[in-house]
Design a protein around this ligand. Structure first.
Ligand code: ATP
Ligand code: MG
Length: 391
């Protein structure tokens, strides 16, 4: 059955992604990335990966560097690969590795989404992991998924975060089982709706850049004279494409509607704004401003495939309101007109911008090794965000 409003599916890439290099050296994980195995992944999870077009190679993911542009120092920069469960890998994102769990008759198709300790900035995955970050992300996201569901705003893909609950499916290796604990999300397998749902309550980042150039953000006209980090008159939905190559591109609501259909675009906009409003209100009671954040939605594969349903409500997938996907500012220090202190990736970005200013990095592959102080500082900020927000 084709989706009711004809949204397009994402296609995964073949060849060597940045994250593939992290797997290099781990025979098990590596073997899953061979083209024939990826073809098998298409066969078992076509809705997840997009149908392989006849005679066409799938688009490379946007962070896939050209093969020729991978100098040997990538290998030297790659950290040891994390232990991998004995399951088919269906997608390797910049941060998460997504595996297909065996079907249980009569229940929804499930994935095992593993948040690694990888960190990316400017769409480049750093060679240095942030030990424990994956567990913090999983804790924060699952807390927000429960928060959102308990307020009846939206369903999420979350089934459980207990990797031991899938029993033998992840294999017997105690190293793998202990690695997966705390960083796993067992979730409903979905067809990803290919629009990044960004909500902005404040003007920073690409929104601030676009406003300075045009007076609007993603086609939303804003009042004149706003300063950097100013609070917007009301939160705005500023979607972005999931670019196959290069950076996500900000788009208008109309463009999003062309991509996913008007009805779906309207629903994911309204859901995104409702989630943001509830989350931002909660965060303020903890002294944190959520300046902006990004959501992803999907359609559970079994619901989509069930005959006779006219339209299926999207569910929230991926991650929710983490320091990777949001800007978190301490409210007590908030002062518009300049960049803010933050509990998110900004700390890392600032370090990297310094390297760029000093001519030591140009925001292209490979990313630089991170010093101990940056690793510790980043982790401390993520921990602080978890401690303040998630209770
Ligand atoms: N329930 C789900 N069903 C199918 N795919 C999912 C589900 N939840 C998350 N995903 C996908 O799994 C991947 C998670 O990887 P990760 O978050 O590291 O991606 P990414 O490289 O950061 O991409 P992005 O910047 O778009 O988030 C994403 O491509 C996301 O769309
Ligand atoms: Mg993601």
């Amino acid at each position: 059955m084709t989706p009711p409003d004809g949204y397009r599916t994402r296609r995964t890439g073949q060849g060597q992604s940045v994250a593939d290099r992290f797997a290099r050296g781990a025979v098990g994980a590596n073997a899953k990335l061979e083209p024939e195995v990826e073809a098998e992944a298409f066969a078992i999870a076509p809705g997840l990966l997009g149908t392989a077009p006849d005679g066409l190679r799938p688009h490379p993911r946007r962070y896939d560097p050209p093969m020729a542009a991978q100098p040997a120092e990538h290998d030297r920069a790659a950290p040891p690969s994390p232990p991998a469960p004995d399951l088919p890998l269906v997608r390797r994102g910049k941060v998460r590795d997504v595996y297909r769990l065996p079907d249980v008759p009569g229940s929804t198709p499930r994935l095992l989404m593993v948040a690694t300790d990888r960190i990316s900035a400017f769409d480049v995955v750093m060679p240095t992991p942030i030990p424990g970050k994956g567990r913090l992300l999983t804790e924060i996201s699952s807390w927000w998924f429960e928060f959102i569901q308990s307020r009846r705003i939206c369903q999420s893909h979350l089934i459980s975060t207990d990797s031991d609950s899938v029993g033998d499916a992840i294999g017997p290796d105690p190293k793998v089982r202990s690695y997966l604990r705390g960083r796993s999300t067992i979730c409903r397998a979905c067809e990803v709706i290919p629009v990044e749902c960004v909500v902005r309550g404040y003007l920073e980042g690409s929104g601030w850049k676009e406003y300075q150039a045009s007076g609007s953000v993603c086609g939303v006209k804003l009042p004149r004279g706003l300063k950097q980090c100013d609070r917007l008159p009301e939160p705005i939905f500023t979607p972005a494409t999931k670019a196959a190559i290069g950076h996500d591109e900000n788009i208008s609501f109309d463009r999003a509607a062309e991509i996913v259909g008007l009805e779906t675009a309207g629903v994911i906009r309204d859901l995104s704004l409702s989630i943001y409003n509830a989350a931002a209100e909660h965060a303020l009671t903890r002294g944190i401003i959520i300046a902006d954040t990004k959501f992803e939605f999907g359609i559970p594969l079994d619901e989509r495939d069930r005959a006779g349903r006219a339209w299926v409500p999207p569910v929230l997938i991926d991650e929710a309101l983490t320091p990777d996907s949001s800007r978190f500012w301490p409210a007590k220090d908030y002062k518009p007109g300049k960049p803010q202190k933050s509990f998110d990736k900004q700390f890392l970005r600032e370090y990297l911008e310094e390297l760029v200013r000093d001519g030591k990095w140009d925001k292209s592959e490979p990313g630089p090794e991170l010093p101990e102080a940056v690793v510790a500082g980043t982790l401390a900020r993520y921990r602080e965000a978890r401690d303040l927000l998630c209770s």
